[in-house]
Design a protein. Structure first.
Length: 216
C-alpha cells in the first residue's frame, strides 16, 4: 500500500482511497484549488499505521474521505479495523461496495480470479475510462505483472467488516464496465442508502464527469 501526498498547508484535505491500478497521475488534475490531498493506492498490505501516523499529524485540518472502486472496500477496513484519529467532514463512496469481492454484493470471486489470470492492461483501460480513454495519455500505470499481483492481493485478502461509519454520499456510474451498476445498486439499497445515492452517466472512472469540489 503506497501513500502519496501533496500537502501545502491548506485547511481542507481530501483523503482518497484509490481503486485497483490507481496512480497519483489519475487524480492530480481533478483536485480542486486550495485543497491538499492524500492518495492511498497500489495495495500490497493492509497495515494502516503509517497512514494513521500521517493523519494524526494533521488533526487541525478538515478532512473529506473519497473512496473509489476497490478503495471503498479498503476504506471500510481502515475505518472499522483501526483507531482512525480523525472525524471526517464528509465521506463519499464512488463506484464500489464495502464487500469488494462477493458473490452477491461485489465483483464475483470467479470473475475476479479470471480477470487476474487473463489480465490485459489495454482492455482494462477501455473498461475503466470508456469514451474518455483518449484523454488519459499522460496517466501512469504499473506494468501488467505488478498489476496482476495487486489483483491477487485483493483475492487473497478478501474479507468483510460491517461498517460502523455511515457514508454521506454514494456515487454510481450508469455505464460502469468494471463494477457493474446493478451490483452497486443492490448493495447500497440493501444497506439502506437509497437517499444518499446519486447516479450519473459516466464510465467506472467517474472523474471526467463528476467533480470533487461539487460534492464536498
Amino acid at each position: 500500500m503506497n501513500i502519496y501526498r501533496e500537502l501545502n498547508n491548506n485547511k481542507n484535505i481530501l483523503l482518497i482511497f484509490g481503486g485497483f491500478a490507481s496512480h497519483p497521475t489519475h487524480f492530480k488534475n481533478f483536485i480542486p484549488k486550495n485543497y491538499d490531498w492524500i492518495l492511498v493506492f497500489n495495495y500490497q498490505h493492509l497495515k494502516f499505521e503509517t497512514l494513521n501516523n500521517l493523519l494524526s499529524s494533521l488533526q487541525d485540518k478538515t478532512f473529506h474521505l473519497f473512496a473509489f472502486s476497490m478503495g471503498v472496500w479498503a476504506a471500510n477496513l481502515f475505518l472499522n479495523s483501526t483507531q482512525c484519529p480523525l472525524k471526517f467532514a464528509s465521506k463519499t463512496a464512488i463506484n464500489g461496495t464495502e464487500y469488494g469481492i462477493d458473490e452477491t454484493y461485489g465483483i464475483h470471486p470467479k470473475l475476479f480470479a479470471l480477470t487476474q489470470k487473463r489480465f490485459n492492461l489495454e482492455s482494462f483501460k477501455n473498461n475503466l475510462f470508456g469514451e474518455h480513454l483518449p484523454k488519459t495519455q499522460n496517466f501512469t500505470f504499473l506494468e501488467e505483472s505488478l498489476l496482476k499481483k495487486e489483483l491477487q492481493f485483493f483475492l487473497d485478502h478478501r474479507k468483510i467488516i460491517e461498517n460502523q461509519f455511515p457514508w454521506d454520499r454514494v456515487i454510481i456510474s450508469l455505464k460502469d464496465e468494471v463494477f457493474f451498476t446493478e451490483i452497486q445498486e443492490n448493495f447500497w439499497h440493501y444497506k439502506g442508502y437509497q437517499n444518499q445515492i446519486s447516479k450519473i452517466q459516466a464510465p467506472h472512472f467517474v472523474f471526467f464527469d463528476w467533480e470533487f469540489y461539487a460534492k464536498i
